[in-house]
Ligand binder design. Structure first.
Ligand code: NAD
Length: 250
């Protein structure tokens, strides 16, 4: 098993790609902290992992709140004794925006998608350092590399911030044994908060720009993240992995 004996905390793990990662990591031997603001859905993911023979506990965590982060890392250490892996996956979409200059939405998206990742890194690294290091993956997007027509610019700005935050921490924390990389999914099943990118007409237009001609699946992203947090990626840090059917290659 590729994550045998490791402890992983995944944010936004109550649904979508975070839930897929939690199930996959558990099958690979990791003990999971399933963290989200959605309590019922998050508990269902943790219970499902336990029912399948894995180890998981739900932790309510709003990634925008430093006190929640402190409590979540402490709870992981209390339950499992260590923290080896963090996936900063929680996020909200900008594709439901009507007004591309909505200031309140700018602050909300930046708080969850960018500041939430900064807090995760800030509180996980001291815990990881206690046991000699760890691996972090930050979920960015193709929207962290290029612009989009129907998405609030805060989404692109937040995902771009995640991309460079990742490289900054990679350089600063390599000596502490921390590896950190970003993953950039392309057109995937819609997020809970999607608007335009859940619309069939917009999706069909976007699909025309995907060389592989189809959208991706949550497990295809989960497999990429699994590789990066596993020891197989032991010399990879500060990298960005595009899981986009070739979108950014075009
Ligand atoms: P999703 O909406 O299914 O999952 C996002 C999860 O984040 C939800 O469970 C939600 O409750 C949680 N969340 C939102 N705000 C939170 C907060 N403040 N604190 C804690 N949890 C919070 O979406 P998904 O498609 O699984 O997206 C996962 C990640 O991948 C996101 O960062 C997203 O931006 C990114 N991404 C998604 C797509 C896509 O097309 N679906 C493409 C590229 C990147």
């Amino acid at each position: 098993m590729r994550l045998d004996g490791k402890v992983a905390l995944i944010t936004g793990a109550a649904s979508g790609m975070g839930a897929a990662m939690a199930r996959l990591f558990a099958r690979e031997g990791a003990k999971l902290v399933v963290a989200d603001i959605l309590e019922r859905e998050g508990r269902e993911v943790a219970d499902g992992i336990a029912a399948a023979g894995g180890t998981a506990r739900f932790q309510r965590l709003d990634v925008t709140q430093e006190a929640d982060w402190q409590a979540a890392v402490e709870a992981a250490l209390a339950a499992f004794g260590r923290l080896d892996i963090l996936v900063n996956n929680a996020g909200i979409s900008g594709s439901a925006a009507e007004d591309m200059f909505d200031t309140e939405l700018w602050h909300r998206i930046m708080a969850v998608n960018a500041t939430g990742v900064f807090f995760g890194v800030k509180y996980a690294i001291p815990a990881m350092t206690r046991t000699g290091g760890g691996a972090i993956v930050n979920m960015s997007s193709i929207s962290g590399v290029v612009g989009n027509k129907k998405i609030h610019p805060a989404y692109n700005a937040s995902k771009g911030a995640v991309r460079l935050l990742t490289k900054s921490i990679a350089v600063q924390q390599a000596e502490a044994g921390i590896r950190i990389n970003s993953v950039h999914p392309g057109l995937m099943p819609p997020m809970r908060t999607s608007g335009a990118t859940a619309d069939p007409v917009t999706r069909a237009r976007m699909l025309k720009r995907v060389p592989m001609g189809r959208s991706g699946e949550a497990d295809e992203v989960a497999n990429a993240v699994l590789f990066l947090v596993s020891d197989e990626a032991s010399y990879i840090t500060g990298a960005e992995l595009h899981v986009d059917g070739g979108y950014l290659a075009g």
